[in-house]
Write a protein that binds this ligand. Structure first.
Ligand code: DNO
Length: 424
């Protein structure tokens, strides 16, 4: 530990001297520059040196310095999985949670956040971020309440910052969040998974989409598919009528520009979730779908706090997205990672979710985890949608058992990569 701190300190001092001139121009430059350099250059360098000197004797230290395995938790009122169960997985050290009852545009108070945090910490876990603080339709459609809703969002971020929460996942998808046409497709081994069929999407009335899957929700409320929201589905489609991809980019920029000052003040990393699947559905434009589109988003509001959730299963719906090379290209701007696998049955026309294991699906999970390791990813990571196995009844994708297997698998990949790299 002492060795690592000394290394960090020396690298810091050299870095500070080298950047004096830059700092003199404007002290703000220095703060921003320092933040980026620290995360993108200094810390990975220090870690590299640390790893090089690693032996099994200091395996204890490894626990502290690398990615943090988490699990999504919807709160005690809504989740079938308990914090006690999550803690006992041993692999998972923290949760990513939310105030699930909050409507988009509604303010989250400091006390409400504190009580969520206390509840998590009382079970020996940490609250490592929020998924999601949802963005209202007024913001996404540039409607009359846009500025009012942005003000509430800023205050919510401020209250999160005051509670020492530094990562917020959100999405900018119109009408639907992620889209699946089946919530319980059986696999040969008797497990069930969520699946997508383009044929179904093309043949179904989008306003009936919710009814067609509602029976498979196991009595839970699925994020983005809240019954109150689905009851207004026709109005929602009307609100987005005529919206183009450029409109969505402009509105996203307006939103991001407004919230960046509070993110800078409290060091909050905004992690936009990709559109899932990563193409337009039901004629609605979708923008967070590919590397060029992410780069456009990062450039239009150029701030290290404007980053992404790298969701392998969502970007991976498009076989043109080369997941490991996207991760490498996005170094420094991936603030949260969702790691899961998919099985393609027929290109983009039909896919189903699979176990996290590479051989159960279409992705090379080792290469995905290796790319995250190589860029020095140090944010929260979580297993994503699991299969429903062992008779569990839970929110589709969010049961305990298969996500726990996923967490164990990802931790195993990570540890073996870390040890192999340390030996170099
Ligand atoms: C689906 C999730 C999404 C995600 C939101 C983020 O299971 O990955 O619902 O949480 O898009 O706002």
């Amino acid at each position: 530990m002492i060795k690592l701190h000394t290394t960090l300190r020396v690298v810091f001092i050299v870095e500070i001297i080298l950047n004096c001139a830059y700092a003199h121009e404007n002290p703000c430059n220095f703060v921003m520059y320092y933040h980026g350099v620290y995360h993108e250059q200094i810390l990975p360098l220090a870690k590299l040196r640390f790893r090089a000197s690693c032996t099994t004797a200091n395996a204890e230290l490894l626990k502290e310095f690398f990615m943090k395995m988490t699990m999504r938790w919807f709160g005690s009122k809504y989740d079938t999985v308990t914090l006690k169960q999550i803690r006992q997985t041993a692999y998972v050290k923290g949760v990513i949670s939310t105030l699930y009852n909050k409507m988009p545009g509604e303010l989250w108070t400091e006390e409400e956040i504190k009580s969520l945090k206390n509840e998590v910490e009382a079970e020996g876990l940490t609250l490592d971020g929020i998924e999601s603080v949802n963005v209202s339709d007024a913001i996404k459609t540039a409607g009359a309440d846009r500025d009012k809703d942005i003000d509430a969002y800023i205050k919510t971020l401020e209250n999160l910052g005051k509670n020492d929460i530094h990562m917020v996942c959100y999405n900018f998808m119109p009408v639907f969040d992620w889209t699946r046409t089946e919530l319980a497709r059986p696999r040969p081994d008797g497990s069930t998974v969520m699946a997508y069929s383009q044929k179904t999407v093309d043949s179904i009335d989008p306003t009936k989409m919710f009814d067609s899957i509602a029976n498979d929700m196991n009595g839970t409320v699925m994020p983005g598919w809240e019954p109150e929201r689905m009851a207004k589905i026709k109005d929602l489609f009307k609100m987005y009528e005529g919206t183009t991809a450029d409109d969505l980019f402009d509105r996203l920029k307006y939103f991001l520009d407004a919230i960046m000052p509070v993110c800078d003040k409290y060091d909050i990393n905004m992690a936009i979730h990709p559109d899932d699947p990563s193409w337009s559905v039901f004629g609605l434009p979708r923008i967070i779908t590919s590397l060029p589109n992410i780069q456009r988003m990062m450039k239009m509001t150029d701030n290290p706090h404007n980053g992404i959730t790298f969701c392998a299963g969502s970007y991976g719906t498009n076989p043109d997205n080369d997941l490991p090379s996207m991760i490498r290209a996005l170094k420094g701007r991936i603030h949260f990672a969702h790691v899961r696998n998919l099985q393609f049955n027929d290109g983009r026309n039909d896919f189903e979710e699979a176990a996290h294991l590479s051989s159960d699906g279409s992705f090379d999970m080792y290469e995905i985890v290796k790319a995250l390791y190589d860029i020095g990813f140090e944010g929260p990571i979580r297993p994503d949608h699991g299969r429903m196995i062992w008779g569990e009844k839970a929110m589709p994708g969010y049961g305990l058992y298969d996500r726990a297997l996923g967490a164990a698998y990802i931790c195993g990949l990570w540890e073996s990569i870390e040890k192999a790299e340390g030996r170099k």
